[in-house]
Design a binder for this molecule. Structure first.
Ligand code: HEC
Length: 478
């Protein structure tokens, strides 16, 4: 199968190269044109307007999706501009909105935004944020391999930013048949992270569970926290924090619980940071958990569908955790870590290796202490005796996760990922029935509708994920 994978990679690279060349030409024209106001809606002029009003927060080094250093191609690929309806572009809508993390940007004058809108209107009227699902006669196997059958589907590169991840984009392909929607996602990662809070034997013979994450307190996100303590780069990944790679997709639901704001701003509609006045943001607070950013809808009854892949807990069973985001009223009780995140019905299929007298209870019966992927099936579990545990050498690592097949509507989404340690990337395949019986699920029951979604990559970073900006569109091609 490897040659198929690399062939797909070459096609993809060639497409990106072509897009890059086209942009170069366009930018050269722009620079040679007359400098001026609205009569000259070239990228150079639009870019100058953005530099003036936005660079203080969106400069080259900002961890945000929108950076004033972006060239025209990157801006288009980011989905921040909407050539199909220029005035709906996030580049124009965001800085004028109260939900903008930087507030309403008065310096971005009406004239500035008219110039930027006029430039967007010069772009080819194609949507850079649409994944076209092609109809397929052959179903892909959901094994994380990415067979040649996927070459019939054109990938969309979805830009991601913020949070803590090595990848800056995710490539997304989609196909469907009479029964299912299929998706193939690829993103780079310098290392697969399997060690999810394992048990470790200390020098003094006691046991600890390894920390998942650094512990910023109020007003910091991980990037700021890591920078302040002298910095840790992604490559190699922060070694003292042990967690698993994850990925998540959020869909609008389009039924009774549809979230209108998601249609224009995507996941930012349900991302609320108390440190950003309840607007989107990424503050993490390990002490006062109610001061951390959370997901929830702000209107009773509104729900989004959330498909959440957790490598150590779910990959062996070929499932994503089918969850949803619901209404939640921010309460400052210091504990409510989950906000509006909730799970569909059924067994989740994972549980910790519980503590007994401060040490792990179980080991794998067949693989001993250290299963390669840091979890093992509940059916393969052996209770350890005190004598056996006492004899284990200092530094022994025992996995902290027991898994079983999830059940119920929480198991509606099939998915499996494979990490390629040569190309250093994840390939993840997804399958879900076009329709389900769960009211909190998106129903692909109207194949002429545009379905909007957002996605996030978690790179050994627990909840501090990188995210896509404006909603990505899924369209079913007849
Ligand atoms: C005072 C700081 C500040 C200024 C100035 C500012 N922004 Fe932002 N912007 C933010 C923050 C913080 C976020 C992240 C939270 C959010 O999505 O609202 C953000 C998010 C955005 C987003 C969503 C995608 C992303 O990058 O996360 C867009 C688009 C955006 N800003 C556009 C602009 C434009 C265009 C301007 C200039 C006209 C501008 N902003 C000026 C602070 C600022």
């Amino acid at each position: 199968m490897l040659h198929h994978v690399s062939y797909a990679g070459r096609t993809f690279a060639a497409l990106m190269l072509a897009a890059g060349l086209a942009a170069c030409t366009a930018d050269k024209d722009a620079i040679s044109g007359p400098a001026g106001g609205l009569d000259d809606p070239t990228f150079a002029n639009a870019s100058a307007a953005l530099q003036t009003s936005c660079a203080s927060c969106h400069g080259a080094s900002s961890g945000r999706l929108f950076r004033t250093s972006m060239d025209s191609t990157t801006l288009v690929a980011s989905g921040l501009v909407d050539p199909a309806s220029p005035s709906a572009s996030q580049l124009l809508v965001k800085p004028r909105s109260a939900a903008h993390g930087g507030g309403v940007i008065a310096a971005f004058s009406t004239r500035d935004s008219a110039l930027v809108a006029a430039w967007i209107a010069t772009l080819p009227n194609v949507s850079a944020t649409t994944v076209n699902a092609v109809k397929t006669d052959f179903a892909p196997s959901i094994d994380g391999v990415g067979e040649a059958i996927w070459l019939q589907a054109t990938p969309l590169t979805v830009q991601i930013a913020g949070g803590w991840a090595a990848a800056a984009s995710v490539s997304v392909r989609a196909m469907y048949d009479d029964g299912y929607l299929y998706m193939l996602l690829r993103w780079t990662d310098n290392e697969a992270s399997y060690r999810r809070n394992p048990w470790i034997k200390n020098v003094d013979g006691t046991w600890s569970v390894a920390a998942a994450k650094p512990a910023p307190t109020n007003g910091q996100n991980w990037q700021q926290y890591m920078a302040a303590r002298g910095g840790l780069s992604f490559n190699p990944e922060a070694p003292e924090y042990m967690y698993e790679d994850k990925m998540a997709i959020i869909w609008n639901t389009y039924g009774a619980g549809t979230v209108p704001a998601f249609e224009t701003v995507g996941c930012a509609a349900v991302c609320h940071d108390p440190n950003a006045g309840g607007g989107p943001g990424t503050t993490y607070n390990s002490v006062q958990r109610d001061q951390a950013a959370k997901k929830y809808t702000t209107v009773v009854g509104q729900v989004l569908d959330m498909w959440h892949w957790k490598l150590v807990r779910q990959n062996m069973n070929g499932k994503m955790h089918d969850q949803y985001v619901r209404y939640w009223l921010p309460i400052n009780d210091g504990t409510a870590g989950d906000g509006g995140r909730a799970s569909d019905a059924g067994a989740v299929g994972y549980a910790s290796n519980p503590a007994v007298s401060g040490r792990p209870t179980f080991r794998s019966a067949t693989n001993g202490m250290l299963p390669a992927i840091y979890s093992w099936p509940t059916t393969d579990t052996l209770r350890m005796t005190d004598v056996e545990v006492a004899a284990l050498p200092v530094g022994t690592v025992i996995a902290n996760m027991l898994t079983s097949m999830p059940t119920g509507s929480g198991a509606d989404v099939d998915g499996r990922g494979v990490y390629d340690s040569v190309l250093r990337r994840w390939t993840y395949e997804i399958r879900r029935r076009l329709t389900t019986s769960d009211v909190n699920d998106v129903q692909f029951d109207n194949l002429t509708r545009t379905y909007k979604f957002g996605l996030a990559v978690f790179d050994n970073a627990q909840i501090e994920h990188s995210y896509s900006g404006p909603p990505v569109r899924l369209v079913f091609k007849p």
